[in-house]
Design a protein. Structure first.
Lengths: 261, 406
């Protein structure tokens, strides 16, 4: 279980404010929000690339708020796959295990298993820089899975892919999540992706989480016109929150006040 | 051409008339045999032109005549060398059908007839530039090609003293010079100390470059300027500064000498001077190389469990190695070429640049020239080997693309 407790972090003008989230074991959370809402920064804060100025990140009862990324056991998949171009596909997947000084036998077993699971046999011999976006992203997923992460962090993993490849990778991710039961946090701005993959949903706006919960619940009861619009629902049928109309466009997110959600 | 036979007959008659006129002139400019040879040459040229230029526009024919006239004016009117003219004009007629060859022919004439004293050193670069112009005709716009060739031409002019120098001595002279004990040892010393200096620089410059590429801190701009100081400081100033600090009689110098580490007059002194002048090249180039490695690779490596040091060794250093090698090559080249600082601070043992200088003072340019040429050739060879050696690197290092755009 992963718990984010009132995370704060400012980056000049922008700030992550008061982010609280409880992710149960095996849940697939999608964080949905427009560009610039801070969802990627939140993911990178969880991964340990930034340290929060306030708040706590607890993973399985262990406080990792200030731990460096290498002590967190979180698998990160970036928008650009960020495979190491000077290593082979196999060595890319094995990288995390080698860094953790796993014995050779275990490395081989794990990597071969992942290669089979994600259907990478045909591209094993290809030089990494020649892989297509979809292939590279599948290798990146395998690389992140190899360390058996407590939490799999997907940072817009499909934004750089074309439509068909995106659909294929969605199926792949859904299958992997189902078979391995990995706790996953998936950041995206696409509601189709969210609907296809997630079982839980958090909507972000201007550095805050506006609404969160089970995906059916959030989709059924958007709490304000912004959420409804973002989910592609008819906004007019939603009860407007007090002060919502003035602030949503000019000072987005401020309608929530300090005691958000 | 409706009536080719008439035209041919007219031209042949005209040729006969011209050469008869020359032969019957009161003071014929050539002997009758030369005149005869010229007549048959012209006949051949006309025949070749008639074959090559059949069904060509009158503009091309005009060009042909223009080229012929230029050759005639140059070789006959100015230089007055009929045999050369015969040779060139026959080649000209043969090459006219192939514009590439014609270009090389024009360059050949320019180098070997007009610029005769500099024949080889103009012919080689000019034909390379022309080849570049020709090769790029399909891949680049005319403007870009003109920029390229104009720039290369200017570069040739800049480097011309060196090209000219390299042509000055025979291989035999060079070999004899090479066999001289003092020359050989000076060149070896130069190569050795520069390599040592580059290695000594790399040990601290590569980590510094990594830090400068990855960390932002107040005053970073000042540190970056500080790195460049050795480029700015005149070499003689650097030499004096090193003498004051480490020279004989200085506190540090005599202390080190007491410890059995003599600075001036030893290898160590040369290496110190070379490190001083060469370090900026390595730091700056390596820094650019590290900056070109996407930060995401390092973040990915860290999140997979590698420590910052392991990430540096596994990811950043290999991916930046190409740039670092370029920087090391530059630093090495700078170290070899260092003279001003060494001649003041560590003039013995004698390095090659210092030897060229002392030989020049002792016996003039002709004595120091072969040494200079040797040094030039050896350094160029190593420099080229290092540059081309990079193409031997693994695929991913050689061609960072695709993934690298992140």
């Amino acid at each position: 279980m992963i718990e984010l407790a009132r995370l704060h972090r400012s980056f000049g003008e922008f700030a992550l404010r008061d982010i609280s989230l409880r992710i149960g074991r095996g849940e697939y959370w999608v964080i949905l929000g427009p560009s610039g809402c801070g969802k990627s920064v939140l993911l990178q804060t969880i991964a340990g690339f930034f340290t929060p100025t306030q708040g706590k990140i607890v993973v399985g009862g262990r406080d990792v708020t200030l731990a460096p990324p290498e002590r967190r056991r979180m698998g990160v998949v970036f928008q650009q796959a960020a495979l190491f171009p000077h290593k082979s596909v196999w060595e890319n997947i094995a990288y995390g295990l080698r860094a953790r000084k796993a014995p050779n036998g275990e490395v081989k077993r794990t990597v071969d298993d992942l290669v089979e699971r994600l259907g990478l046999e045909t591209i094993l011999t290809r030089p990494v820089p020649t892989l297509s976006g979809g292939e590279a992203q599948r290798v990146a997923v395998a690389r992140a899975l190899a360390i058996k992460p407590d939490l799999l962090l997907l940072d817009e993993p499909m934004s750089a892919l074309d439509h068909n490849t995106r659909l294929e990778l969605q199926v792949e991710l859904a299958r992997v999540h189902k078979t391995l039961g990995l706790t996953t946090l998936h950041v995206t701005h696409s509601r189709e992706e969210a609907a296809a993959l997630g079982d839980h949903l958090a909507i972000m706006l201007a550095g805050r989480i506006v609404q969160r919960g089970g995906i059916v619940e959030v989709q059924g009861h958007p709490r304000c016109p912004f959420v409804a619009r973002f989910l592609g629902l008819e906004a007019s049928s939603i009860t407007t929150l007090p002060a919502c109309a003035q602030t949503c466009d000019e000072r987005p997110g401020e309608c929530l006040g300090e005691d958000a959600s | 051409m409706k009536r080719p036979w008439v035209q041919i007959v007219v031209v042949i008659l005209a040729l006969v008339a011209i050469h008869l006129g020359i032969a019957l002139a009161p003071e014929p400019p050539f002997s009758s045999s030369t005149n005869m040879a010229l007549f048959f040459t012209n006949l051949f040229v006309f025949y070749a032109a008639a074959t090559v230029l059949r069904r060509r526009s009158s503009r091309v024919v005009g060009l042909f005549v223009l080229g012929y006239t230029a050759l005639f004016l140059l070789v006959m009117a100015v230089l007055n060398k009929p045999p050369l003219f015969i040779l060139l004009v026959v080649a000209y007629a043969g090459f006219f059908g192939a514009p590439v060859l014609l270009g090389f022919f024009a360059i050949f004439v320019l180098s070997f007839v007009v610029l005769q004293p500099f024949a080889f050193e103009t012919f080689i670069p000019l034909s390379l530039i022309y080849a570049a112009f020709w090769i790029t005709r399909k891949s680049a716009a005319l403007f870009a090609r003109l920029c390229l060739c104009g720039g290369l031409l200017a570069l040739t002019v800049v480097l011309f003293p060196l090209i000219h120098l390299a042509m000055q001595d025979s291989l035999q002279t060079l070999w004899l010079t090479c066999a001289r004990g003092d020359v050989a040892s000076a060149i070896w010393l130069s190569l050795l100390t520069s390599t040592l200096a580059t290695a000594a620089t790399a040990i601290w410059a590569v980590p510094l470059a990594y830090a400068l590429a990855r960390i932002d801190f107040p005053g970073k701009r000042w540190v970056l300027s500080l790195v460049d100081v050795p480029i700015l400081v005149p070499q003689s100033v650097a030499g004096v500064a090193l003498i004051v600090l480490l020279g004989p009689g200085s506190i540090l110098g005599s202390t080190l000498e007491g410890l059995g580490l003599p600075i001036s007059g030893s290898l160590l002194g040369i290496v110190i001077a070379q490190v001083f002048v060469a370090s900026p090249f390595l730091v700056k180039t390596a820094m650019t190389a590290f900056e070109s490695v996407p930060l995401q690779y390092e973040l990915a490596s860290r999140s997979l469990g590698a420590s910052p040091a392991a990430t540096f060794a596994q990811i950043s250093l290999p991916l930046a190695s190409r740039g670092i090698l370029v920087g090391a090559t530059l630093a090495w080249a700078r170290a070899v070429s260092e003279f001003g600082c060494i001649v003041l601070f560590a003039s013995s043992p004698v390095t090659a640049p210092v030897l060229v200088h002392t030989e020049f003072l002792r016996a003039g340019a002709s004595e120091s020239r072969p040494i200079a040429i040797l040094l030039l050739i050896i350094c160029l060879w190593i420099f080229v080997m290092l540059q081309f050696g990079q193409t031997l690197m693994p695929f991913a290092l050689r061609r960072p693309r695709g993934e690298h755009r992140a």
